[in-house]
Design a protein around this ligand. Sequence first.
Ligand code: LMR
Length: 406
Amino acid sequence: PASTVPQAPEDPLFGLMAAYKRDTSEKKVDLGIGAYRDDNAKPWVLPVVKKADDILRNDPNLNHEYLPIAGLPEFTSASQKLIFGSDSQAIKDGRVASIQAISGTGSLHLGALFLRKFYNPANPPSIYLSNPTWANHHQIFTNVSLQLAHYPYFSPQTRGLDFTGMLAAISAAPTGSIILLHACAHNPTGVDPTQAQWTQIADVMEQKGLFPFFDNAYQGFASGDLDRDAWAIRHFVARGFELLVAQSYAKNFGLYGERAGCFHYVAPATASAADASRVASQLAILQRSEISNPPAYGARIASTVLNNGALFAEWKENLTTMSGRLIGMRAELRGLLEKKGTPGTWNHVTDQIGMFSFTGLSEKQVGLLREKWHVYMTKNGRASVAGLNSRNVEYVAEAIDDVVRS
Ligand code: LMR
């Protein structure tokens, strides 16, 4: 079939990463991919991950057998507690069906496939994505032939949440529509609803009979507090919604390459454990046909930490190290731009949270940053704050100041 296969464009984000690698300038700065870097611009192996790794490597019983189709049981159960809370009524009722998946992307894909197959397959509902959203969301859902729709999310004027627009679009969605929500630390904007706003979103979704699907890729990165970052999901579950969650451990464990993640289905409060168990049986069939069984090593690392009180406490400290450094870099960048009198306002740099700053720079300015200053960010103006450090932040501020003025 080769002659009928058209050339596809390069993935914009991984293409940007490759362009950065090719750049020979000593001054180059990578604000592209959302992956944590330390103050030396190096990937950071979390000390607690190193400990878990040592424990596993020294375990004489470690082997390389297949995991069960649904994954490592102690990993999926700990993942449930982490996201829904250890005292979750839904877990106690047996209403949560969880299956280990290939990090966030694989969890989203499994959820997409499940929805396409079982959620009104003759007349499937649309899935509403925030505008903007993580670029990959578009292709994950179109790949399974779900129709996409969008809800406004970001206000270019305030560089904050367009809550009125968001709520209006969600209210107008046909009953049964799926609404994809970022649980915390929205990618790419770094702007999250407040708890009061989440409550209003849940009100509207309840009234209209809409179906929530949470993408949870940054738990621990938004507020630095794992429970607070899970608030929105726990709120929806407490209200009895039937919902889905895609849970990634790439960012909060720094396990990017291991693809550790978990997909959860929560049956509504009116349902029983038997309902969740039927869903689990179908998820297992989908998993078997797609990947047979999930990869073991990352799940073992996460599970070792999640199931050990001392290591869990240390993980929280490691998370604070990462989120604290990002907060510090935001403050420094904002301060430097304000000191320079760079035209515009820069409070959004510190108002936004998590891994990204949606800078408000135009595509043209982003292009100039790259060509003239060797500073790389995605063309929508998203900067990965993790790429800033004490040595390059002044240079980046100077570069931004220049492109804003030119
Ligand atoms: C990002 O948005 O930079 C990350 O989530 C990495 C990815 O896979 O796109």
